[in-house]
Ligand binder design. Structure first.
Ligand SMILES: Nc1ncnc2c1ncn2[C@@H]1O[C@H](COP(=O)(O)OP(=O)(O)OP(=O)(O)O)[C@@H](O)[C@H]1O
Length: 213
């Protein structure tokens, strides 16, 4: 048992024979906001995806709210605990509408309300693959806010402001920082990293430095 809301211990991930993440240890306290930074390809996305079960662990463990995930039921529970904002759409041209994605977070009303605040409320009947990068990030955040309203205690966000205009960067960073959850956010945007308590920097798959923001 641990006091950390999210605990990475010796996390190592591989793509084939190539190691992308090496022995990462990171503990994130409940309610803390940690920004993950570092060079392109340093393993930030892979680290978050592993905690969500989207990429296998080669070694180490990840606990969320004190629990590990191995069985299918535990993974389902893990995904309910974590609201996830991916960097981009990885399901390709799967015919999913914005409204369907918003509902999938578990709290359609909260997601709809957030979509309205984020200026994408009118896009419910649009196919996801027909959105611009910035519109898609706003929809992902609205879904994540729905997931938080449905009970998620953690937000993982991968470059949530990267495709946004300046006003959007400020708005989204502010909305993420105001959430009453534990946050791990991959970002190089000052508005976002400045709203975090700590910055953890990765280099070549390893966690190099952790400092106060
Ligand atoms: N599906 C994949 N197959 C093979 N290698 C991959 C795959 N995804 C990522 N990699 C490699 O794993 C390493 C870590 O990638 P990752 O996407 O985790 O880095 P990142 O720090 O998030 O990068 P960025 O800042 O560019 O988003 C990189 O060398 C990348 O090329």
């Amino acid at each position: 048992m641990t006091g950390a809301a999210v605990l990475f211990t010796g996390v190592t991930c591989r793509y084939g024979r190539r190691t992308a993440v090496t022995a990462v240890n990171l503990d994130v306290a409940a309610g803390e906001r940690v920004a993950l930074t570092g060079a392109n390809g340093s393993g930030k996305t892979t680290l978050l995806r592993t905690a969500l079960g989207l990429h296998p662990l080669a070694a180490g463990s990840v606990t969320v709210d004190g629990t590990t995930a191995t069985t299918a039921a535990q993974w389902t529970d893990r995904r309910r605990r974590i609201a996830w904002m991916p960097q981009r759409l990885t399901a390709g041209r799967f015919p999913l509408l914005v409204g369907e994605l918003l509902r999938s977070g578990g709290h359609p009303e909260a997601a709809d309300e957030a979509a309205g605040r984020l200026g994408v409320g009118g896009l419910r009947h649009r196919a996801l693959h027909a959105l611009s990068g910035g519109q898609l990030q706003r929809v992902f955040l609205a879904r994540a806010l729905g997931a938080v309203a449905a009970g998620a205690s953690v937000l993982f966000a991968d470059e949530p402001t990267a495709a946004l205009d300046f006003a959007g960067q400020e708005q989204v960073a502010g909305m993420i920082a105001a959430l009453p959850v534990t946050v791990v956010v991959v970002s190089h945007d000052r508005a976002m990293t400045g709203a975090c308590d700590r910055v953890a920097e990765m280099a070549a798959g390893r966690l190099r430095v952790i400092r106060a923001s």
